[in-house]
Design a protein around this ligand. Structure first.
Ligand code: SF4
Ligand code: SF4
Length: 434
């Protein structure tokens, strides 16, 4: 057995308030430079919504050009020349419109406008051309729509559940999805780079771009299904989230974790067997991929794993960190965290605790939020956020694992509420939800 350590993150979506502090502090630390104006290593998406870059989840078109071979995403068409041609013809290379043209305001005009009936209004101007812009779309444009019907079909995760998200007050829903590079176990960005510039660090699995080797092909930009590699227009090189490795190396957390207002980001080490990764990524059934990825992880308490880790020179303090890791507990022990789009087969390593939204139907009858024990199992269908939507994000549409997580979260909330109110908690809850 081979043992490798991976830095990973779990984000608890119930706690995200969409303040974008993480994005801004990350930008100040890493992408506050010319050529990187539009780049957000960390971004926070409004869901339902088009995401950033726009429609990054809509894989249908570019899927036609790619295929899965031995667990790797590869261009379908053979020959080296054809592959080079495909760099330029890949229909899903995001354009500036899909990100947004960075803009600013002329604050003089904004602040010194003459007194008038309405608030002063000013058109933004482009940071690139300096010209006045008529902005029609940008990241988080979806904030005000809250799943409104006219936008619903554009979020691919809403396909098939349009009737559940009609623009009716009681049915609208919204939540935030913070995103960074997934530091995948099977990174498509590295597999698609013709220059071999993208590599996965052996010691902690962080995926980086070697700036000296990068030749600006941008195949990583189109090749990453999460669209988390960006092209620096000034240097002509690709750049991406580094998991703040210079901070990690001296024992401090990533900027986004440290500054997160909701304290929702957990980081830590998880152990995996690299020999299982490609087989797991090749599992044909999309809905089996969550379990397949779980199967790659190793138990740091298992004596066999400890022995193998020792033989392979994994530092003992890393083993200790893996045992204590909150990420490992949430993913492996409690099984309340799920991967984002496991069907992309890159084995992503930023996982999410899905949001437990209020129960809408039961509220009307009882005035309660249906999280008392008796309602736990009946109420999942009545959650404001359709379980199908969450399953589209986290389990390739399989609602069972998502239901399992939501029940655990509801049970925990009910249990803790009883304790906090000085009542005896229902002792059957922990067993009932596993
Ligand atoms: Fe590479 Fe994209 Fe995976 Fe990040 S999310 S490691 S950029 S394939
Ligand atoms: Fe969400 Fe935390 Fe980022 Fe604020 S700082 S948007 S709470 S992830």
């Amino acid at each position: 057995m081979r043992v490798m350590a991976q830095m990973a993150m779990v984000m608890n979506l119930d706690k995200c308030i969409g303040c974008h502090t993480c994005s801004v502090t990350c930008k100040q630390a890493w992408t506050n430079r010319n050529g990187m104006e539009y780049v957000w290593f960390n971004n926070v998406e409004t869901r339902p919504g088009l995401g950033y870059p726009r429609r990054w989840q809509d894989q249908e078109e570019w899927k036609g050009g790619w295929t899965l071979k031995n667990g790797h995403l590869q261009l379908k068409t053979g020959g080296r020349l054809q592959k080079l041609l495909n760099i330029f013809s890949n229909p899903k290379m995001p354009g500036m419109d899909d990100y947004y043209e960075p803009w600013t305001y002329d604050y003089e005009t904004l602040l010194n406008a003459p007194l008038q009936k309405n608030f002063p209004v000013a058109q933004p101007h482009s940071l690139i051309t300096g010209k006045t812009m008529n902005v029609k779309w940008s990241a988080n444009w979806d904030d005000d729509l809250g799943g409104a019907q006219e936008y619903a079909p554009k979020d691919p995760m809403l396909k098939g559940i349009e009737d559940k998200v009609k623009f009716e007050f009681e049915k609208t829903f919204m939540f935030y999805l913070p995103r960074i590079c997934e530091h995948c176990l099977n990174p498509a960005c590295a597999a698609s780079c013709p220059s071999g510039a993208i590599y996965k660090r052996e010691e902690d699995g962080i995926v980086l771009v070697d700036q000296d080797k990068c030749r600006g092909w941008r195949m990583c930009v189109s090749g990453c299904p999460y669209k988390k590699v960006y092209f620096n227009h000034k240097t002509g090189k690709a750049e991406k989230c580094t998991f703040c490795y210079p901070r990690i190396e001296v024992g401090i957390p990533t900027v986004c974790s440290e500054t997160c207002v909701g304290r929702l980001r957990y980081i830590g080490i998880i152990l995996y067997d690299p020999d299982k990764v490609l087989a797991a990524a090749s599992v044909e059934d999309d809905q089996a991929l969550y379990e397949a990825q779980l199967g790659c992880f190793l138990d740091p308490f298992d004596p066999e794993v400890q022995r193998a880790a020792e033989q392979q020179g994994i530092p003992m303090d890393w083993m200790e960190a893996a045992r204590k890791s909150p990420v490992r507990r949430l993913i492996q022990d409690y099984k309340v965290a799920l991967p984002l789009h496991p069907e992309y087969r890159t084995m992503p390593m930023v996982w999410y605790v899905p949001p437990l939204s209020p129960v809408v139907d039961v509220v009307k009858d009882t005035g309660h939020d249906a999280e008392e024990m008796g309602n736990l199992f009946g109420a999942i269908d009545a959650l404001r956020i359709p379980v199908e939507y969450l399953a589209g994000l986290f389990t390739a549409g399989d609602i069972e694992p998502v239901n399992g997580v939501l029940r655990k979260l509801a049970a925990m909330r009910s249990y803790m509420r009883d304790i906090n109110l000085g009542r005896d908690p229902d002792a059957s809850i922990p067993e009932a939800v596993g």
